[in-house]
Design a protein around this ligand. Structure first.
Ligand SMILES: C[S@@+](CC[C@H](N)C(=O)[O-])C[C@H]1O[C@@H](n2cnc3c(N)ncnc32)[C@H](O)[C@@H]1O
Length: 210
C-alpha cells in the first residue's frame, strides 16, 4: 500500500508481474491509500493478517538525485521528488511529534489488521543531520510498544556490495555528505551504512504487549 501517487503503485504492479509467474501475479492486488486509515481501507481483513511489512518515511529530507541536471546548474533533486510528494499530508514531510503521531496511527492500524501472533516487520534507518543522530530504530521500538506490539528481533541490513569476495560499503549520498560535514566540524561521527529491520509480534493475549 502506498501514498496516493500512482506512479509508485504502477511500478509495484510492474515489478510483481516481472518477478512472479503469471498464475501467482494474478493473485496479488495493489491498493493505494493512506496507511493511517488501514482499519477503514481494509475493513474485511481485521485480525486476519499473518504478516505486515512496512517502511514508513524516515523523518528526514529525501529526494531523487539528478546528477546531470545538477552539473548543468539545476537543483540536485527535482522539486517534485522531494519528500516523496508535494502533498503536505504525506508522512514523508512529517518531522518530530507530527511524525510520531502519524507513525503511531499507521502502527495502530497494523495491530488492527494482524491476527494475534501475527508478525510486523518494519524497515527504518537512523539518519544524521546537523551533527545529530535521529535514532528512528529506538523510536520505532517505542511506538510499536505503545501500539501493543511485542519486540522480537533487530536485524542489520547492510548497504553493501560484494566485490572480489569481500563486502564494500555502499552508503547513501546523503549520509556520506552529513558525516563528512560533521567530521569537518571536528565531530567524531560514524557513517551509517545499514538499515534497521525490526520484527515484532501482536501478542496472543490481549494486554500482553508493552
Ligand atoms: C521510506 S519510503 C518506503 C519506500 C518503499 N520501501 C519502496 O521501496 O518503495 C516511505 C514511503 O511511504 C509513503 N507514504 C508517506 N505517507 C504515507 C501514508 N500516509 N500512507 C501510505 N504511504 C505513505 C511515501 O510516499 C514513501 O513512498
Amino acid at each position: 500500500m502506498g501514498w496516493s501517487s500512482t506512479p509508485w503503485a504502477e511500478l509495484a504492479r510492474a515489478k510483481l508481474d516481472h518477478a512472479l509467474p503469471a498464475d501467482q501475479a494474478r493473485l496479488v492486488e495493489v491498493q493505494v491509500g493512506d496507511a493511517r486509515r488501514l482499519p477503514e481501507l481494509l475493513a474485511d481483513l481485521s485480525a486476519q493478517v499473518d504478516l505486515v511489512v512496512t517502511s514508513p518515511p524516515y523523518a528526514c529530507d529525501t529526494g531523487m538525485i539528478d546528477k546531470p541536471a545538477w552539473q548543468a546548474g539545476q537543483p540536485l533533486c527535482p522539486k517534485d521528488t522531494l519528500n516523496y510528494s508535494r502533498d503536505p499530508a504525506n508522512l514523508g514531510r512529517a518531522r518530530g511529534e507530527g511524525w510520531r503521531a502519524g507513525i503511531g496511527e499507521v502502527l495502530a492500524g497494523c495491530a488492527h489488521l494482524l491476527r494475534p501472533g501475527g508478525l510486523l516487520v518494519t524497515v527504518t534507518k537512523n539518519t544524521r543531520r546537523d551533527g545529530r543522530l535521529n535514532d528512528l530504530a529506538a523510536a520505532t521500538v517505542q511506538l510499536t510498544g505503545q501500539a501493543g506490539f511485542e519486540y522480537l528481533q533487530h536485524l542489520v541490513a547492510l548497504h553493501a556490495a560484494i566485490r572480489d569476495g569481500g563486502l564494500v560499503a555502499r552508503p547513501s549520498f546523503w549520509q556520506l555528505t552529513q558525516t563528512r560535514k560533521a567530521r569537518a566540524r571536528g565531530e567524531p561521527a560514524h557513517l551509517v551504512v545499514h538499515e534497521d529491520v525490526l520484527v515484532f509480534t501482536k501478542p496472543l493475549r490481549v494486554g500482553a504487549g508493552a
